[in-house]
Design a protein around this ligand. Structure first.
Ligand SMILES: Cc1cc2nc3c(=O)[nH]c(=O)nc-3n(C[C@H](O)[C@H](O)[C@H](O)COP(=O)(O)O)c2cc1C
Length: 325
């Protein structure tokens, strides 16, 4: 446990975004198999839930050692709950605590959690202080450019730094901008110039090369949606053929089944399977097969059959004359 963790870690930092419903222990583990040097974050987890010892909430903090260094992400607005949660994260031997100040979901914003904290700077800084005081773990904040513009980003970042945070991650969109709107990294570069703590940029990164291109003066990049169905995004090798992806996809399913049981595991793996076949010729047909899987055997057989069909389709494409006489 080292408050200097974020300063000491080798740069550029490459991180997997926290994504509720996707980046559970099994998916994080899979991404770490592809690249053991990435940093992973838990899905956002209620500080109040931890404070009140809610078993289901605490389950979100289960991880296995291969995921280290892993950062626990918490959300809420009550300093006492944040203090309890910070201590719990330390007990659970996380490598750091991250505070969510970016979540735009209606329920979260209505409770004045997540991105709503961008409207209450003093409370946001107080929460950082409460966490910093309660743990020897490094503390970070993940937020957006702002509520509806980036005008307060530098003031907000300085306040977060003065409150004792050791790193800040910025998603280059405001609360009011939809995901279809391209992420804007320019305000993040300006923030980095104004701060002493490391800054990670996030939003719309489609590959490691794209991330390196957008890095500029930043200390790291964070990749979210582009990793769903494509954990190989974290590798500097060319993307494998579908056949060569199968062992890791099966491993993903095994990890999910062993942590969530057959029923829970099969429900959860389906959305990942759909993402794994995205972009393949006939993906639509494969999807209708994959949404029904109920066992590891079925998954493995379906994937092998799909691989065969993909190979056949590739051969057909190659055999097709490029110039018809
Ligand atoms: C399905 C989904 C769930 C998300 N859950 C979280 C979360 O739990 N905590 C968080 O800080 N951000 C969450 N985010 C935001 C991402 O971490 C990231 O900031 C955003 O998707 C932009 O990055 P990307 O374009 O690389 O996906 C979520 C995004 C998505 C799409």
């Amino acid at each position: 446990m080292d408050k200097n963790f974020w300063n000491k870690i080798s740069k550029p930092i490459i991180a997997l975004s926290p994504m509720d419903g996707y980046t559970d222990s099994s998916f994080r583990h899979i991404c770490k198999i592809v690249n053991p040097d990435i940093i992973v974050f838990t899905e956002f987890t209620s500080a109040d839930g931890i404070h009140h010892d809610a078993k289901k909430v605490k389950e979100r903090f289960r991880y296995n050692q291969q995921e280290q260094p892993i950062i626990a992400q918490i959300f809420g607005k009550d300093p006492e709950s944040f203090a309890t949660s910070a201590k719990y994260c330390e007990e659970q031997r996380f490598a750091g605590v991250d505070i969510n100040m970016g979540c735009p979901s209606k329920k979260v914003v209505k409770s004045e959690h997540g991105v709503a904290l961008r409207k209450h700077h003093d409370l946001a800084f107080q929460l950082v202080e409460a966490v910093v005081k309660s743990t020897s773990l490094p503390v970070s904040v993940k937020t957006r450019l702002g509520w509806d513009n980036a005008d307060d980003l530098i003031d907000f970042g300085k306040g977060i730094e003065n409150a004792g945070a050791n790193l800040i991650t910025i998603h280059g969109r405001t609360y009011s901008e939809p995901y279809s709107c391209p992420a804007d990294f320019d305000p993040i570069y300006r923030l980095k110039e104004a701060l002493n703590i490391p800054v990670i940029g996030n939003g719309g990164i489609t590959s490691l090369d794209d991330g390196y291109h957008k890095l500029n003066n930043l200390d790291g990049i964070m990749i979210g949606q582009a990793a769903i169905g494509n954990p190989w995004i974290f590798s500097d090798q060319p993307a494998p053929e579908f056949t060569d992806k199968i062992p890791l996809i099966n491993k993903h399913a095994e990890l999910l089944f062993s942590s969530k049981g057959t029923k829970g595991g099969s429900m959860e793996i389906r959305k990942h399977l759909l993402a794994y076949v995205k972009g393949l010729p006939n993906a639509k047909e494969y999807r209708s097969r994959l949404v029904r899987v109920t066992s590891l055997d079925e998954i493995s057989v379906a994937l092998s059959e799909i691989a065969l069909e993909v190979e056949r389709a590739n051969i057909d494409i190659k055999l097709e004359p490029t110039y018809a006489i």
